[in-house]
Ligand binder design. Structure first.
Ligand SMILES: Nc1nc2c(c(=O)[nH]1)N[C@H]1C(S)=C(S)[C@@H](COP(=O)(O)OP(=O)(O)OC[C@H]3O[C@@H](n4cnc5c(=O)[nH]c(N)nc54)[C@H](O)[C@@H]3O)O[C@H]1N2
Ligand SMILES: Nc1nc2c(c(=O)[nH]1)N[C@H]1C(S)=C(S)[C@@H](COP(=O)(O)OP(=O)(O)OC[C@H]3O[C@@H](n4cnc5c(=O)[nH]c(N)nc54)[C@H](O)[C@@H]3O)O[C@H]1N2
Ligand code: SF4
Ligand SMILES: [Mo]
Length: 707
């Protein structure tokens, strides 16, 4: 009997781009994964990673039942045994040492997981600890704080209206490799080319001539970590040079922004030029073209956010857009209007309400900076973390000084990980609870429709039916809530029961119905390619969460950081003499942070975990391409293959993150064969953006010599 060939349509959930895919299959056998041309958002675009959804599903090393680490190695447990043991062990540690003795780390894939997003509160209430950490503090934390202050909600983040903009300045982002971040846009290459076809211009400011820079009309090298100097200079010039452009958004600000320039007198073009390493004439030209352009936007991401002045930089980027009339205007920074509005469904966050025990670092919305997680485990005293739970995270590879954390995790009384793999982090677990893979669950992008450059709504049903035994992330959370949460009210029990019975669909349906288009899940299910909800629209002041419906500039909070900036910028100049380069990161289109290296299709080909260095510097150090070099920083040392290229600035070197699968006990054989080294064995947990505690993984002083 021949099995019929069928097509399943869904959205790829691996990155933020939300590409529509079509999976050709015979029963459970996947024949191909291609782009869905009928998806109105992605119009057929995919990247090489889409096929890895199949590899992930078929990976024989992906765990499909709970595992316990024993003296004799890893042993399977039933779900009931595993959840009972986990609950008992957590309860024991918390009884002995207090609630906060349990630490929690939430990794990036949590935000790509519908059921997880909708039910994480059950897990967090069940655990009742204030020791919460996440990948946010090695990533987009500055965006949340700026939005929280200005617009009243951490998730009300405007995105570049790339489809209508005519002049786009990109700082510290490489969307051609990353496929866009805090800017969900499938097929970003075509969208950038379209700006050029419209007669517009794309400018990239980056210490590396990245893939995006190569496509751009202009690329400007900037010394890592100095973006704030350039941005503050631009801000001052806008005010002093009468470039403020009236706009409805500007009418809503609660401060006299023109008064800010009195605090910025230092930030001349000459000053910015000296520290950023950009010729003054080029700075002026970039500035003049930006302010003069009809529809322009200034966009900064990873390279600007995750450095020592990430928060100040993201703040000034927003002010520059605001003062030049580019917020909430076509072609500028605009707010998406998602069908299920996560902003309306969550409370506003708070900044620095509490401080971490050991290093006194500020929290954001109840989460402490992950750069201090190892300190909280290693430092004895009241409130010390004695047990850990990680969900969809690999902090040993993804957070600064991963080696220290790796050692710290060995000191725990108990650790549980909700994850698919025995990797660098989860190998420390006593118990691993593996949820189903993405193809076995329904999907709707709660986070990324909110950050999309075009309004759109799409629901994907599960492609493959999980067996009864397997658990979704959300079922694991509810299982732990049921076992651990105390004093649960009748109504909470009822909601938990309903959620368990009906799944995340019913919660999503309620959000859709309350949303701005009053859609229902039934309607979405009828449209397997998704529903086009039109271009971005101006939405101020309606989308402001502040009661007074104003934009709160909060300048005192940010400008207090100027002093630290001036001191640091001088100090870095001196430091550079003792180290010989500043280390930055990079992404490759075939990677996804640390966790897709077990796909043969993604790791094949030339070694991508190399150290990039400028030819002049290589010559000075007597090094040549292909040789092994030793890179050391304050915290560690790695040996890595050298790749010489003039695409990187002199005295700057780059290593991609997410590699380093050679650690003992990792059970991902393909990844281990292509192990690479972890850049986060060099990044320094004490090098942070002190204003918010975000890690600074870009701009790390390192020394290099032949291995
Ligand atoms: N293929 C692939 N795609 C991904 C991911 C992945 O791992 N692989 N990860 C996903 C995730 S979680 C995220 S958050 C996004 C991130 O997406 P992006 O924000 O686009 O991040 P990167 O590609 O790392 O680009 C950062 C750029 O900043 C530059 N840079 C470094 N330091 C500085 C600096 O001090 N100043 C300036 N101006 N530039 C600097 C780097 O050279 C680099 O080109 O990508 C997502 N998409
Ligand atoms: N030096 C340096 N460090 C960086 C960065 C950088 O540019 N440079 N980038 C930073 C950024 S932007 C990010 S977002 C972080 C990422 O940091 P993390 O989120 O800590 O790391 P990931 O590599 O994304 O690991 C994801 C884990 O989740 C598991 N997983 C995947 N999907 C699911 C799921 O649906 N459910 C469950 N339960 N588990 C799942 C995977 O098996 C993997 O173990 O890394 C950061 N670290
Ligand atoms: S760009 Fe690639 S990884 Fe990202 S959603 Fe599209 S296909 Fe998936
Ligand atoms: Mo990220």
């Amino acid at each position: 009997m021949t099995i019929k060939t069928e097509i399943h349509y869904r959205t790829c959930n691996l990155c933020e781009a939300m590409c529509g895919i079509k999976i050709e299959h015979q029963g459970e056998k996947i024949l191909s994964i291609k782009g869905d041309e009928k998806d109105p958002f992605s119009q057929g675009h995919i990247c090489p990673k889409a096929v890895a959804l199949q590899d992930l599903y078929e990976d024989s090393e992906r765990l499909t039942q709970p595992m316990e680490r024993t003296e004799q190695g890893w042993k399977p447990l039933t779900w009931k045994q595993a959840l009972d043991k986990v609950a008992a062990s957590i309860a024991k540690v918390q009884k002995q040492h207090g609630k906060n003795a349990l630490g929690v780390y939430l990794g990036n894939p949590n935000v790509h997981n519908l059921g997880g997003m909708l039910t994480i509160k059950y897990l967090l209430t069940a655990l009742g600890t204030r020791n919460r950490f996440s990948a946010t503090s090695v990533d987009q934390l500055p965006h949340h704080i700026v939005s929280n202050h200005l617009f009243g909600h951490q998730l009300r983040i405007p995105v570049p209206d790339i489809n209508r903009c005519e002049h786009m300045v990109i700082m510290g982002a490489n969307p051609l490799a990353s496929n866009g971040s805090i800017m969900s846009v499938a097929g970003v290459k075509d969208k950038l080319k379209a700006i050029q076809k419209r007669g517009g211009k794309v400018v990239v400011i980056d210490p590396r001539r990245s893939e995006t820079a190569k496509l751009a009309n202009q690329h400007v090298f900037i010394k890592p970590g100095t973006d704030a100097c350039m941005l503050l200079c631009f801000l001052r010039e806008i005010i002093d040079g009468n470039h403020i452009k009236p706009s409805s958004a500007l009418d809503l600000v609660d401060e006299d922004v023109s008064a800010l320039s009195s605090q910025l007198t230092d930030y001349s073009f000459a000053y910015a030029s000296k520290y950023c390493g950009i010729p003054e004439t080029e700075l002026k030209q970039v500035f003049n073209e930006f302010v003069a352009a009809e529809k322009a936007v200034l966009y900064g991401r990873m390279g600007v956010s995750v450095q020592e002045f990430g928060l100040l930089s993201q703040y000034v980027i927003m002010l520059i857009n605001l003062l030049t009339g580019r917020v909430d205007e076509e072609g500028g920074m605009m707010f998406a209007k998602p069908a299920a509005d996560i902003v309306k469904n969550s409370g506003p966050g708070y900044v620095a309400k509490r401080h971490s025990r050991v290093r006194n670092l500020p929290d954001f919305n109840g989460e402490f900076p992950v750069a201090t997680l190892a300190d909280e485990i290693l430092t004895p005293g009241d409130g010390q973390i004695k047990a850990m739970l990680t969900v969809a995270g690999n902090p040993v590879l993804s957070t600064p000084n991963g080696e220290k954390l790796d050692e710290a995790l060995d000191n725990l009384d108990f650790m549980v990980c909700i994850d698919y793999f025995i990797n660098e982090t989860t190998r420390h677990a006593n118990i691993i609870l593996p949820p189903v893979s993405p193809l076995e669950r329904e999907h709707y992008d709660l986070s990324f429709h909110n950050l999309a450059v075009h309004n759109h709504a799409k629901y994907s049903p599960a492609f493959l039916q999980k067996n009864k035994e397997q658990q979704h992330d959300w079922q694991i959370y509810l299982g732990l809530h049921q076992r651990l949460a105390k004093g649960v009210s009748f109504s909470q029990k009822l909601m938990r029961g309903l959620t368990r019975w009906l799944g995340p669909d019913f919660l999503l349906n309620a959000m859709l119905k309350r949303g701005p288009y009053s859609l229902s899940l039934k309607q979405l299910k009828k449209q397997p390619h998704g529903i086009d909800l039109g271009p971005l629209q101006s939405q101020l002041p309606a989308v402001l969460s502040h009661i007074d419906k104003k934009i709160h500039i909060n300048s005192a909070f940010y400008f207090a950081d100027l002093d630290r900036l001036s001191k640091k910028i001088e100090q870095t100049l001196n430091e550079q003499k003792s180290s010989n380069a500043l280390l930055i990161g990079r992404r490759d289109v075939r990677t996804n942070n640390s966790w897709m290296h077990n796909s043969k299709r993604l790791v094949k080909g030339k070694n991508r975990c190399t150290l990039l260095m400028h030819p002049e510097q290589a010559k000075q150090l007597g090094l040549s391409t292909g040789q092994m070099v030793a890179v050391s920083s304050r915290v560690g040392r790695v040996e890595i293959e050298l790749e010489i290229s003039d695409e990187i600035m002199p005295n700057v070197v780059s290593i991609p993150h997410g590699w380093g699968h050679g650690r003992k006990g990792v059970k991902q054989s393909t990844a281990s064969q292509h192990a690479g080294v972890s850049v986060n064995d060099l990044t320094d947990e004490t090098l942070i953006d002190e204003l918010c505690g975000n890690a600074a993984v870009n701009g790390v002083p390192v020394s290099i010599r032949a291995a």
